[in-house]
Design a protein around this ligand. Structure first.
Ligand code: NAP
Length: 293
């Protein structure tokens, strides 16, 4: 119920109509019985500065940030966490001491199912990340946090690959990162035991598509005996994606992007509500029911 004292949270993006965050966060807020509401705010890029100023004026306490504002918002914030600086993107903003502070919970979201499912020495892991967009940056930092021995990012556009590579030059966090053209996959896949798809290929409605062929999948992790291969797709709809179906058919274990979505949201909600726990099960079940029932 909205009351005269309801506190405001939300998500900014362009568009935001497809966002599942309002569903997920309002389900958690209702379960906790708190006087908050989480709203979608469609904000065009040229309105970003004004929107944030208005949010401060009307007392918004925090908001999620999605495409295309994750990098553009940084100049309008008073403070950015070290993690978000390393990633180069902000997905969570909160109001603290009359200032907007930005951070990034995608890294936590990405790592979470890997840490909870696998008890392994990640230093023996060679990861291949498909795609070099915004999400790939959080995955690079996440794999660094896990301690992966080798991190390979593969992209299809020579200029964007060069920019991506250069953008890490001053980062002390990423010592074992290599950036390649897509043509290098036949050399990289046989050594890899974690394969992450950060491209949107295969996302609903293009459910018959995959960024890799089955022949490429057959090269994946052929040398991997210590750590069985894991394929991780950031896409969560459909479930499984063609990419994860192919991975399963060559014996890899699979993770879809739903848990990352849930866990990045839970981490953000903890910040806004200043709580140690939030009802993660409710958030997950709400999304599963919405997507697949
Ligand atoms: P982005 O910045 O647009 O990056 C997409 C990347 O995919 C770019 O490197 C792009 O290459 C590449 N790509 C696109 N089509 C391709 C194709 N046909 N073949 C090879 N590469 C292709 O998007 P993003 O923010 O990184 O998000 C990527 C995906 O992750 C989206 O599907 C998003 O929904 C998902 N995601 C999920 C979560 C989660 O919580 N589960 C969180 C964040 C993102 P070019 O630049 O050359 O086009």
């Amino acid at each position: 119920m909205i009351t005269g004292t309801t506190k405001l949270l939300g998500v900014i993006g362009d568009p935001v109509g497809h966002s599942l965050s309002p569903l997920m966060h309002n389900a958690a807020i209702n379960t906790l019985g708190l006087d908050y509401v989480y709203l979608p705010f469609p904000i065009k890029p040229h309105n970003l500065r004004d929107a944030i100023a208005c949010f401060a004026a009307i007392g918004v306490l925090g908001f999620s940030v999605t495409i295309p504002h994750k990098q553009a918002i940084i100049p309008f914030l008073s403070e950015v966490s070290d993690l978000a600086k390393v990633v180069g993107a902000v997905n969570t903003v909160f109001y603290q001491d009359h200032h907007w502070v930005g951070t990034n919970t995608d890294v936590t979201g990405f790592i979470s199912p890997l840490k909870t499912t696998y008890n392994r020495d990640w230093s023996q892991t060679s990861v291949v990340i498909l795609g070099n967009g915004g999400a790939a940056r959080a995955i690079v930092v996440g794999c660094t946090e896990l301690g992966c021995g080798e991190i390979h990012v593969v992209g299809r556009d020579v200029e964007k690959i060069a920019l991506f590579r250069d953008s890490w030059q001053n980062s002390t966090l990423v010592g074992n990162l290599q950036v390649h053209h897509w043509d290098m996959l036949p050399k990289l896949l046989p050594q890899a035991n974690l394969l992450v798809n950060t491209t949107p290929v295969g996302m609903h409605p293009q459910i018959e598509r995959s960024p890799l062929t089955i022949e490429e999948f057959k090269q994946f992790a052929v040398a991997s005996s210590i750590n069985p291969p894991i394929a991780y797709d950031l896409t969560y709809n459909p479930s499984p994606t063609k990419f994860l179906q192919q991975a399963a058919s060559v014996g890899a274990t699979t993770i879809n992007g739903l848990e990352m979505l849930v866990q990045q949201g839970a981490a953000a909600l903890k910040i806004w509500l200043q709580r140690d726990t939030v009802p993660v099960d409710v958030m997950r079940q709400t999304l599963l029911q919405h997507l697949f029932n």
